[in-house]
Design a protein around this ligand. Structure first.
Ligand code: ZN
Length: 187
């Protein structure tokens, strides 16, 4: 397995639509394994393909810390519950956080890494993570949901941070990797 470089805010691929997966190949499974390893190394609970510079409609998630899974070609098939607000972060916008209101419960249909279709009813953090990752697959970021004022504040903060990531690339350091048992809730 290999650690992948993470694209940060400003990288055009984060704003592009992904392409549905037609065939599950060994190459795709390797990408999924590498994405899971990278998500853990970055202490995240979710990671979508555009965040590692890829355009496949694939994301990986693990909100428990010991049960990673992939969602391939995911679709939200139900999201009519009440909205819940909670703070989100993103591995592609390090050190920036904001409150986002989203449906508290969702049902997602996707394929797993073996090409089997499944449906997942989720609530709470898992529901939030699924929506955040599926947004990535449609070129949307959590900052898009912030109020104009809050978004301005967030972008001002980002302006002081982004210089750490030349070329909009975040390379995980050995130190970060060694600490990967400390998990933040970044998606
Ligand atoms: Zn994210």
């Amino acid at each position: 397995m290999a650690l992948l470089k993470i694209q940060v805010l400003g990288s055009p691929i984060l704003r592009q639509q992904t392409v549905p997966v037609e065939t599950i190949t060994d190459e795709l499974r390797t990408l999924i394994d590498d994405m899971i390893e990278t998500m853990y190394a970055a202490r995240g609970i979710g990671l979508a393909a555009p965040q590692v510079g890829r355009s496949e409609r694939v994301a990986v998630i693990d909100v428990e810390g010991d049960s990673p899974f992939a969602i391939i070609n995911p679709q939200i098939v139900r999201n009519d519950s009440d909205l819940a607000k909670a703070e989100e972060g993103c591995l592609s916008i390090p050190d920036v956080y904001g409150d986002v209101a989203r449906p508290e419960k969702v049902t997602v249909r996707a394929m797993d890494r073996d090409g089997r279709e499944f449906e997942l009813e989720a609530e709470g953090l898992l529901a939030r993570c699924l929506q955040h990752e599926i947004d990535h697959l449609d070129g949307r970021l959590f900052i898009d949901y912030l109020s104009t004022l809050r978004r301005k504040a967030v972008m001002a903060k980002w302006a002081t941070i982004k210089g750490k990531y030349p070329g909009y690339i975040r390379t995980l350091t050995a130190e970060e990797v060694a600490e990967h048992h400390h998990r933040d809730e970044e998606l």
